[in-house]
Write a protein that binds this ligand. Structure first.
Ligand code: OAD
Length: 242
């Protein structure tokens, strides 16, 4: 058991060792296109087929991928900590498939397997099936194009998801905050990490590279998540200080 309150924030780096390219890493480019320019409302308005092709390929890749030791370590800690929340920017399902219960996960940037209408509230979950006839999916309720159920650049986060995170924060300061595999470019990632640790909690960063969060970390592991997290979690669960 881990007697404490834990917040973990993850990003694309945690799924990198499962073969899912990060956004800003060197293998992130797809057909010579920058993913940070594809994941935008503007790109979808200009060329919805292209954007869907990219998401369909990513869905396929994620379906074939397996959780790695970092996902499993996080799930293990999540099951053993007194109080625990994972906030992930990842739209894949690898944290869930590693065994972390859905109620302990907030996918703040959405879920890649959700397909939703760009106009009305209609949405459906794509378990296995892809629309594979080359045509764009259209809403069965209103006829508008369907889009991936993810948050694109410049879009608002889902208020209900923010509320889950804020509610967890209101429950008290965390003994431990771990931020792993994210370039931490979004202000809310840094804000949540700093607020959650309060005055006395530990803030551990796991990332082979330094980020804008590194200066605030009480400890940094400049290593791949699949190496550092299992060691860290094993130490925590056997009461060895990190
Ligand atoms: P990025 O691609 O910006 O950053 C990935 C981070 O993971 C980098 O800091 C890498 O150094 C680090 N990294 C790479 N391999 C790693 C490994 N094996 N172990 C640990 N860390 C590793 O991805 P995010 O920070 O997740 O949002 O990007 C944040 C958001 O920007 C994404 O959710 C997405 C993107 O645009 C939206 O689409 C809204």
């Amino acid at each position: 058991m881990f007697n404490g309150r834990v917040l973990i924030i993850t990003g694309a780096g945690v799924s990198a060792e499962s073969g899912i390219p990060t956004f800003r890493g060197k293998d992130g480019y797809w057909r010579n296109l920058d993913p940070t320019k594809l994941a935008t409302p503007k790109a979808f308005a200009r060329d919805p087929n292209l954007v869907w092709d990219w998401y369909c390929e990513r869905r396929q890749r994620i379906r074939k991928a397996q959780p790695n030791p970092a996902h499993r370590a996080i799930a293990n800690l999540g099951l053993q900590a007194d109080e625990f929340l994972l906030v992930t920017q990842n739209v894949d399902d690898l944290h869930l498939r590693a065994g972390l219960p859905a109620e302990k996960i907030v996918q703040i940037h959405g879920d890649i397997f959700m397909t939703r209408c760009s106009r009305c509230e209609f949405r459906r979950y794509e378990h296995e099936q892809e629309h594979d006839d080359g045509s764009l999916p259209k809403c069965q309720e209103c006829g508008e194009y369907m889009r991936p159920g993810v948050v694109w650049f410049g879009e608002q986060l889902d208020a209900a998801k923010i509320e889950i995170v804020e509610n967890f924060m209101r429950g008290g300061d965390c003994d431990l905050v771990i931020v792993a595999g994210t370039s931490a470019l979004f202000g809310y990632v840094i804000d949540w990490a700093l607020r959650a640790r309060g005055q006395a909690g530990q803030l551990i960063e796991v990332n082979p590279e330094e980020t804008s969060l590194s200066q605030f970390a009480t400890k940094s592991f400049l290593e791949p998540a699949g190496i550092a997290l299992p060691r860290l979690v094993n130490g925590l669960l056997s009461n060895v200080s990190p």
